[in-house]
Design a protein. Structure first.
Lengths: 255, 684
């Protein structure tokens, strides 16, 4: 299978010599095309730092990150921006929609930044809106939508550019359980039907149970990794809970 | 002590963000000082008594204007500090949750205002004292005075005044701040930033209707001050036009902010290109939420443009006029055959004296006209109730009364003999006239009167003098005048054949002449002699009026300088106030913008795209009110021209160029600074 993401022993340090914080302490992992990977960990475990490094928002101290074979740790300036807009899609906890634009315009912006032709913009928005079931909110402003709708619009924005990798940071963090479930079902749908590669950071076991693989991080290191395989989502959920219990600490609070 | 420290820290922290606020305050203080210090600068100059009188008048006017200026600046400072406070809601929320009392928060703000006040006053006054040294060069140039010596001038009076006025302003700010803090509720403070903006799209049909109505109202107002200006005879009409302009502008902004976006949205190719959709939305939401301030700013810019360009042109055209309108050195005039009436009681001796010609009076005063004067022309003016303005207009009178109801139609018109007029015309370099026995002509140069008489002459009205009737020879007025002056004031002079008038209706004797000398010094000596003769009315003598070219020059340079200074003062203050309002509004929303641009950056837009979007967004915000103001000004300046027609208006272009330069430097400067500051903020 095609390898989309390859992380080779990266490290990320904060602070100076006298007080050094190792946010990421030698992590290596791989993700193949069409995989749905969840990264779990407690607050301060380094999972958001990891995501930031992959998304080129932050820079690693050492190590390499390859996306579709390209080493993104060496990219600079406009190449970095080009990579970000063409290869990556972002979904954030607090949606990050522009409140002055309608849903349609928010999605269109991701394409117009890439200078996509207006006719293609419309076609692609209609298609992705159907996939995410947001046809009826396209002309609404963020303040007129529910949390779940907003997050699906944000997902549509991330997907519409056909990125190689979708990065989601706590996508269900600000949603009620019903909206969360609906969003995650959409994610599985996209993952299965469109072969979208998704990397999701979460501290919620329920959310993680929708993924095909869960990686646990503790104190900047990979603690363990479990695969869903052929087991049901419920069984996978129980498996995850098992690891969470083993991890102990504040992850329990998230249950 | 804690509060004190907190305030200092806050100022340090916000200094970068609100640099433009400090900058404006400092500018305001220094300009205030500079203009109030003008008086003390003129002390060092070599100026005549009459110029000194004008400077005294100017000082009084500048004092009055300063009160108005401090009002404008005061409102600006209060407004600015109010929305700077609103931006700090979260910070105050944190203080309140920590258990700080509202009184203490007010204290923090009190110290902050105090620091800001002290810093801006000290720095502003230092800059002001520096600038006012440069200003003294301009002052001496304006009054065409020689600087006897260059000296460093410090005006304690202006200094004290600046400190007093600005202290009052800052005190008011403190009071307002206290009110604002007391009104705050904790929940609003903490969650203020969480509220996402609600975008209200206006009904496009309503927008179109409002737009059309406001365009019509503005169009009507434009017409009233230009094409339909004859009907503007009451000052209350002026108020109506001003109100129409203000409301028209407000609704124009209201409708355009919604409409323009709609238009751009329908241009899908442009709208969905790069960051255009984002930029346009940002700009329109800003204009949308600030319709009132946009209106205010636009009107202030409009006033600035009109005041600056008119004030600067008056000075230029007055100098140009004097050569043309005061072609001789001196004019003496004396009323002939005065009689007592309800306004003035003459003694018998005075009545006798009025029949003495000027020549004899001057002999009596021991002034040898033959020695001192050359090119002398001695002439008489006549007037009779047989020929009033009403009589002279013929059939046109009904139209005239409808168009200019305020004119004095029953005043007798001035009459001059053809031979006298031609002698004068030769000396003044005017066109000489020829008339048949039954013909008359009109000489005038006051624009509105020329127009009035031209309209009447088209109907060929005949006039009657001493029982004989005369027809107009020309269909238009001839450009001409008798009295030397700094501007065009001749409202109409009837030139008639010599035998058409006689001594029974003679009212004035006039002598115009040049001084019999070639040197400036000689002219001044004769002038001094004449001025010393200029005595007030006595029991036995009527007044001998004296007007000289030198006096006119002095008066007009003084007047020109006065108008220029007041124009500059008001113009600059209005300009910085409106630019600062825009800049502050833009910068105070930078925290929202920061998040939005951050998001765009995450979507992969590169810095170039982002900078361009920011530049355009701020550009639209700055340009929009300016554009409306410029359109207003085209008509406003035309109107000013009409009002100031007596000063002549040939010199409009250089002053418009000057005004444009002021606009570009000050307004453009604020724009660039705002752009650079917001670029810094969104980059953090």
């Amino acid at each position: 299978m095609e390898n989309i993401l390859k992380i080779v022993s990266i490290e990320k340090y904060y602070g100076n010599k006298s007080s050094l914080t190792k946010a990421i302490n030698n992590i290596s992992l791989e993700a193949n095309k069409g995989e749905f990977v969840a990264i779990m960990g407690a607050s301060g475990s380094g999972k958001t730092t990891l995501l930031n490094c992959i998304s080129t928002i932050d820079k690693v101290t050492s190590g390499h990150i390859y996306v579709a074979g390209e080493d993104i740790t060496t990219l600079k300036g406009n190449k970095l921006n080009k990579f970000r807009r063409e290869e990556l899609g972002f979904i954030f906890q607090d949606f990050n929609l522009l409140d002055t634009l309608t849903a349609y315009e928010n999605i269109a912006l991701a394409l117009s930044i890439q200078n996509v032709n207006i006719h293609k913009i419309d076609q692609r928005i209609q298609k992705v809106a159907q996939e995410l079931d947001i046809m009826d909110v396209l002309q609404k402003y963020p303040y007129q939508m529910s949390g779940g709708q907003k997050q699906r619009v944000a997902s549509a924005r991330a997907l519409v550019t056909n990125p190689k990798l979708i990065l989601a940071d706590e996508p269900t963090g600000a949603l009620d359980s019903k909206s969360a479930k609906m969003l995650l079902e959409r994610f599985t749908h996209l993952n299965k039907n469109l072969q979208a590669t998704i990397l999701m950071v979460t501290h919620d076991a329920f959310t993680a149970s929708y993924a095909s693989r869960v990686i646990f991080i503790k104190d900047g290191k990979i603690f363990s990794e479990i695969h869903k395989g052929d087991s049901s989502r419920k069984a996978f959920f129980n498996q995850i809970i098992g690891v969470v219990t083993l991890l102990g600490g504040d992850l329990n609070d998230a249950l | 002590m804690m509060l004190f420290k907190l305030s200092l820290k806050n100022i340090q922290k916000s200094f970068k963000d609100y640099a433009i606020y400090f900058f404006t305050l400092i500018l305001g203080v220094s300009i205030f000082y500079v203009f109030n210090a003008i008086e003390s600068q003129t002390i060092m100059m070599d100026i005549s008594a009459s110029t000194y009188e004008i400077i005294k008048l100017m000082t009084q006017m500048l004092n009055g204007v300063s009160v108005f200026v401090s009002l404008v600046l005061g409102l600006l400072v209060i407004y600015a500090s109010q929305f700077l406070i609103k931006r700090r809601n979260k910070e105050f929320g944190v203080y309140l949750t920590l258990g700080m009392s509202k009184r203490k928060i007010s204290m923090i703000l009190f110290f902050e205002t105090l620091f800001i006040g002290i810093i801006s006053l000290v720095v502003g006054l230092m800059i002001g004292v520096g600038l006012s040294q440069l200003m003294s060069l301009l002052v001496s140039n304006m009054f065409e005075a020689n600087m006897t010596k260059f000296a460093f001038i410090f005006s304690a009076k202006a200094f004290g005044k600046t400190v007093l006025y600005f202290s009052i302003m800052y005190l008011l700010v403190m009071i307002f701040n206290t009110f604002t803090v007391n009104k705050c509720r904790l929940i609003d403070l903490l969650y203020a930033s969480k509220k996402s903006e609600t975008v209200k799209m206006k009904n496009p049909i309503l927008c179109i209707v409002v737009f059309i109505i406001s365009a019509c109202v503005l169009g009507r107002a434009y017409y009233m001050v230009t094409g339909g200006i004859e009907a503007m005879s009451y000052s209350s009409m002026m108020l109506v036009v001003m109100a129409m302009g203000a409301f028209g502008t407000f609704f124009l902004f209201w409708s355009l902010s919604g409409l323009l976006l709609k238009i751009f949205m329908s241009l899908k190719k442009t709208y969905y290109k790069g960051l255009n959709s984002f930029t346009l939305r940002q700009a329109s939401s800003k204009i949308n939420t600030a319709v009132i301030s946009m209106t205010l700013i636009s009107l202030m810019l409009f006033v600035t443009i009109c005041v600056l360009s008119s004030a600067l042109s008056i000075k230029n055209s007055m100098n140009a006029n004097i050569t043309e309108l005061a072609p001789v050195d001196v004019e003496l005039s004396k009323n002939y055959n005065v009689v007592s009436d309800q306004y003035h009681n003459y003694t018998v001796a005075q009545m006798e004296d009025s029949k003495v010609p000027i020549k004899e009076t001057m002999d009596k005063l021991d002034f040898d006209m033959n020695a001192y004067f050359t090119d002398t022309v001695d002439l008489n003016l006549y007037a009779t109730n047989e020929l009033t303005l009403r009589d002279s207009l013929g059939n046109y009178i009904t139209d005239a009364e409808a168009a200019y109801p305020a004119l004095a139609y029953d005043d007798a018109e001035m009459i001059i003999r053809l031979s006298d007029y031609n002698k004068l015309a030769k000396l003044y370099n005017l066109e000489q006239l020829t008339l048949n026995d039954n013909q008359y002509a009109i000489a005038a140069n006051f624009e509105a009167s020329v127009e009035l008489h031209n309209n009447a002459l088209a109907t060929k009205p005949s006039i009657t003098l001493l029982g004989k009737s005369y027809e107009p020879k020309y269909e238009k007025c001839k450009m001409g005048f008798v009295d030397i002056a700094s501007n065009r004031t001749n409202i109409g002079l009837f030139v008639v054949p010599d035998d058409a008038v006689n001594d029974s209706i003679r009212i004035k004797n006039i002598i115009v002449a040049n001084y019999n000398t070639d040197t400036e010094k000689g002219k001044e000596e004769i002038e001094d002699k004449l001025v010393s003769l200029d005595t007030p009315e006595t029991e036995s003598m009527t007044v001998l009026n004296l007007s000289t070219r030198l006096l006119i020059v002095e008066g007009s340079t003084g007047l020109g300088a006065l108008v220029t200074f007041i124009g500059l003062y008001l113009g600059i203050i209005f300009l910085i106030s409106s630019a600062a309002l825009l800049a502050l509004k833009e910068l105070s929303e930078s925290s929202d913008n920061k998040e939005r641009f951050q998001m765009i950056r995450k979507l992969g837009a590169d810095e170039k795209m982002i900078n361009r979007a920011l530049f355009r967004q701020i550009g639209i915000f700055f340009l929009f009110p300016l554009l409306v103001a410029i359109i207003h000004s085209i008509f406003g300046i035309k109107f000013c021209n009409y009002i100031l027609a007596t000063f002549g208006n040939d010199q409009m272009l250089p002053s418009i160029v000057m005004t444009a330069a002021f606009l570009i430097v000050i307004y453009g400067g604020y724009f660039i600074i705002t752009y650079l500051c917001s670029k810094n903020i969104i980059r953090e």
